[in-house]
Design a protein around this ligand. Structure first.
Ligand code: FES
Ligand code: FES
Length: 156
């Protein structure tokens, strides 16, 4: 059935079953392949996007549950203040190793910083604990989030 989604500032109508996970629509229907498939069970965080600013696992989010909410993916996160700071800090700290988990890591970190510009270590651990990195980049991720926070984030 036709479903209209607001993705990265554009309305996009797709013809899929309502229970199709958002991740499938992003990658296979719309070609937004920056968002990754890892586990398909909300266990790894690779598929994280923002829905109305909240970090959300797109692999378990049926498209018919989203309604008018605004979806932001890794392709557009750099247009937000928090996303731009996070991406710059990621580069400054050379966080990425294989890269597979990193879209999800950046989306979770950007959501954290947009809502909490000065996160404590505990806040960072809580926000990032669901994002798994098999390459073990956790130390650099934490350092990059702190660097981004120090550089000052203005709202979303
Ligand atoms: S693919 Fe969604 S949490 Fe792993
Ligand atoms: S950078 Fe390789 S899984 Fe995280």
């Amino acid at each position: 059935m036709p479903i209209t989604l607001k993705i990265n500032g554009r309305s996009q109508t797709v013809d899929v079953d309502g229970d199709t996970p958002l991740l499938w629509v992003l990658r296979d229907v719309l070609g937004l392949t920056g968002t990754k498939f890892g586990c398909g069970m909300a266990l790894c965080g690779a598929c994280t996007v923002h829905i109305d600013g909240a970090a959300t696992r797109s692999c378990i989010t049926p498209v018919d549950s989203i309604g008018d909410a605004k979806i932001t993916t890794i392709e557009a996160i750099g247009a937000t203040s928090a996303g731009a700071k996070i991406q710059k800090a990621w580069l400054d700290h050379e966080v990425v190793q294989c890269g597979y988990c990193q879209s999800g890591q950046i989306m979770s970190a950007a959501a954290l910083l947009a809502g909490n510009p000065h996160p404590s270590d505990r806040d960072i651990d809580d926000a990032m604990s669901g994002n798994i990195c098999r390459c073990g980049t956790y130390v650099r991720i934490r350092a990059a989030i702190k660097l981004a926070a120090q550089s000052g984030v203005k709202g979303g």
